[in-house]
Design a protein around this ligand. Structure first.
Ligand code: XMP
Length: 515
């Protein structure tokens, strides 16, 4: 089978780890998608996977309302792997028995020593003993007919089981989690040795497939893209430009809230592309709208609304477009599919998300199935400069939410300079684990002494966090010597700052941004 056609279907039963399963499968070199457990059987057939993985989840199979699976999935003749809840569901659906843990001792959470039957198909490539990551209360008590136990731990006699004739496999632990020492090998055995995958999926061939499919969809149509200069919209623009060239118009609204030189860099890169590139210099307009506004949510709302207004005006000049391009990426898709009920802490304004106000036929989301680091990889394949593809996250409302209190041209320029010094010093020193770092202009002034004179100037805060998912973060332990150097440079080189402080709060309880 063509490596492009090789697809794995991951049915999502609500595990917090399901994105990780997808990551591992793609790292092994096989394209996969995560779909809700309720995906209709006909669609599963149409998807035509070479294998199905049933994810973990928080439910109990014997609970009437718990998510179930269409039994016909087990009649498709393709290999199925159940993980945690998925393992229990496989046992339950095929006639085995699952029970709640009869005592706390039978529950397993965390690192667990597990023994494997290395003569089994699933564990043929690993050693007989290693650590796995468990997280379960319920356990399989009786296996369905035709299944054998192939792994156990002290609290779980059926840590792994298989029906090798039918190519059904199940593991109670989480192979996708790094703590499971042989997790990737187990997944690779399932996908390559058992399901026969060629595992040749790569970003280079993904790029070509994406270009071909954009071309066949857009044909001679016109597409419009709101370019923010962030990683996602830039990669989407580069991809679309290779696919349809002049038929793409990119509108870059410069709201004047970008970091030092950023607006010009975006223009410099994209005005060289064979596309219609329009930079709208709306700096003054945004400053006027934000005049005397201090409340963080109001700032965000104003910027979001004005952005849409400016973009709309500009796109009306272009006339009718057929497609609106958005830089939505896969984690957004998976999260919205789960119907996340997470509380709104801040109204995130993503420049990519602009539905229902331009006259267009259809939305194109060319990055819809890529994880963030895959988007970066695609950007490199497309020849975008490294500083752009490896750029750290930058909020849509930009520096407006890094200036506490009202926003003025002067404060913006103070912050830009100080932020630039901080970022370049952290980059130069290659501070390990610094995931995102920036400066915040606080609304506090304090007394200082410079030369022989008294000063009364701004306090600047530095924020640097270590995180993988930006949902939780710790402050990065930047060496004191470096902090000292940065503070010294900022106070000396940037007028109107006479004090620098370092933010040592984790998220939670703080957030990464100050507003
Ligand atoms: P918080 O401040 O919520 O930030 O802890 C988490 C991550 O999200 C980024 N962020 C935003 N990104 N639009 C964005 O696209 C926004 O409005 C926005 N606000 C915060 C923030 O920089 C951090 O990486």
């Amino acid at each position: 089978m063509d490596a492009q056609q090789e697809k794995v279907l991951i049915l999502d039963f609500g595990s917090q780890y399901n994105q990780l399963i997808a990551r591992r499968v793609r790292e092994i070199g096989i394209y996969c998608e995560v779909k809700p457990f309720s995906m209709p059987y006909e669609q599963i057939q149409q998807f035509d996977p070479i294998a199905v993985i049933l994810s973990g989840g928080p439910s109990s199979v014997y609970d009437e309302k718990s998510p179930k699976i269409d039994k016909r999935v087990f009649e498709m003749g393709i290999p199925v792997l159940g993980i945690c809840y998925g393992a229990q569901l496989m046992a339950y659906t095929l006639g085995g028995k699952v029970v709640p843990a009869d005592s706390l001792a039978n529950r397993e959470y965390g690192r667990t020593e597990t023994e494997f039957d290395t003569s089994s198909s699933l564990f043929r490539n690993i050693t007989a003993k290693s650590i796995t990551w468990m997280s379960h209360g319920d356990s399989v008590q009786k296996l369905p007919e035709g299944f054998n136990a192939i792994a156990h731990s002290s609290g779980c006699p059926f840590a792994g089981f298989e029906n090798n004739d039918k190519r059904f496999y199940a593991v109670q632990f989480h192979p996708e989690v790094h703590h499971t020492q042989k997790g990737t090998e187990i997944l690779r055995t399932f996908l390559v040795d058992i399901a026969g995958a060629k595992a040749q999926w790569s970003m280079a061939n993904y790029k070509q497939t994406a270009i071909d499919s954009i071309r066949s969809k857009v044909k001679d149509g016109k597409a419009l893209l709101a370019l923010s200069g962030g990683v996602d919209s830039s990669v989407a623009a580069a991809l679309m430009s290779q696919a349809i060239g002049q038929n793409l118009t990119c509108v870059f609204v410069d709201h004047g809230l970008m970091r030092k030189d950023e607006g010009d860099q975006v223009e410099q890169i994209f005005s060289n592309y064979p596309i219609n590139f329009i930079r709208v210099n709306a700096q003054k307009h945004f400053l006027e709208k934000l005049k005397d506004v201090s409340e963080p949510e109001r700032k965000r709302k104003i910027i979001g609304e004005e952005f849409i207004r400016v973009f709309e005006q500009e796109s009306k000049k272009i006339g009718k477009v057929d497609f609106l391009v958005q830089g939505t990426i896969y984690p957004d898709v998976i999260e919205s599919g789960l119907g996340s009920n997470a509380a709104v802490i801040k109204s995130h304004h993503n420049v990519g998300g602009l539905p229902d106000y331009v006259d267009f036929k259809e939305i194109i989301e060319p990055l819809r199935f890529l994880f963030k680091d895959e988007v970066r990889q695609l950007g490199r394949e497309l020849g975008l400069p490294e500083y752009l593809v490896s750029r750290q996250p930058f909020p849509g409302p930009g520096l407006a939410i890094r200036i506490i209190g009202d926003i003025t041209e002067e404060k913006l320029s103070i912050l830009r300079e100080a932020d630039y010094i901080f970022r370049s010093e952290v980059e130069k020193a290659k501070v390990p684990e610094a995931s995102q770092y920036f400066a915040v202009l606080t609304n506090t002034r304090s007394v200082g002494v410079m030369g022989d004179g008294r000063t009364y100037e701004y306090t600047l805060a530095l924020r640097c966090v270590s995180t993988t998912d930006f949902m939780t973060a710790t402050f990065t332990k930047i060496p004191y010597e470096l902090l000292e150097k940065i503070s010294h440079r900022i106070v000396n080189e940037v007028p109107h700052i006479n004090r620098v402080v370092y933010d040592i709060t984790a998220k939670p309880p703080a957030t990464v941004e100050w507003e």
